[in-house]
Design a protein around this ligand. Structure first.
Ligand SMILES: Nc1nc2c(c(=O)[nH]1)N[C@@H](CN(C=O)c1ccc(C(=O)N[C@@H](CCC(=O)O)C(=O)O)cc1)CN2
Ligand SMILES: NCC(=O)N[C@@H]1O[C@H](COP(=O)([O-])[O-])[C@@H](O)[C@H]1O
Length: 198
């Protein structure tokens, strides 16, 4: 989130962060957003009897900011179909794995436990299927024998902060869109693993 706010304020993204919403009050992201002059709001899922009821109010709250794009950055709630449909094609997520590997949580430890030699991060459109939306861009990092999950998370974070602002800029400059065929950049359908630089 911080990387995207900074990229907007530095002019590397042709857009502005109009608001930061969290389902938890005591998170650093809200402090960082407020420090950057970005409006913030908290909507706790604990105040709702069902996911659907929470998501209905979350959708209204998001719409009140009138965003062109919704960017999930550590939003750790599974979204229900109604809200993913409402923001279809204009909601992104960053997931700390090389999707389709390791959907869900605890991805770094899972990669270590599997003995993988590489890991990474994926930026994708959000759809009803958890971490199953069309992948836009991935970045790979090596896994070293002595790595802990924390080592891996830090190496992945560096790549996250590089690629997420890039994808947001693609969307803000109308180069990226989601069609019935999938994610397209400059009118070209992206591969399953996303954009592949030549
Ligand atoms: N319908 C969708 N919802 C969400 C997506 C998506 O692609 N489709 N992406 C996730 C982000 N995410 C991983 O990138 C993710 C977030 C949360 C969970 C999860 O299991 N959440 C638990 C609660 C966990 C907690 O509170 O710590 C839950 O919701 O019960 C898995 C993956 C955002 N949502
Ligand atoms: N499953 C979703 C997930 O694990 N997302 C993770 O939360 C962080 C959000 O970035 P931030 O908190 O630094 O803005 C990122 O590291 C991202 O991989």
């Amino acid at each position: 989130m911080q990387a995207i706010v900074e990229a907007c304020q530095a002019g590397r993204i042709a857009g502005q962060v109009v608001g930061v919403i969290s389902n938890k009050a005591d998170v650093a992201g809200l402090e960082k957003a407020a420090a950057a002059g970005v409006p913030t709001a908290v909507l706790s899922h604990r105040d709702y009897p069902t996911r659907e009821a929470y998501d209905a109010d979350l959708q209204q709250l998001i719409d009140s900011f009138q965003p062109d794009l919704v960017v999930l950055a550590g939003f750790m709630r599974i979204l229900t179909p109604a809200i993913t449909r409402h923001f279809h094609g204009r909601m992104l997520n960053i997931h700390p794995s090389l999707l389709p590997k390791y959907k869900g949580v605890n991805t770094h430890q899972r990669a270590l436990d599997a003995g993988d030699e590489e890991h990474g991060v994926s930026v994708h459109f959000v759809t009803e299927e958890l971490d199953g939306g069309p992948v836009i861009l991935q970045a790979k990092v090596p896994i070293f024998p002595e790595d802990t999950a924390a080592d891996l998370q830090q190496r992945v974070h560096t790549q996250e902060h590089a690629i997420y602002p890039l994808v947001v800029q693609w969307f803000c400059t109308n180069r990226l869109r989601l069609t019935e065929q999938g994610a397209e950049l400059d009118g070209e359908l992206l591969a399953a693993e996303g954009y592949a630089a030549d």
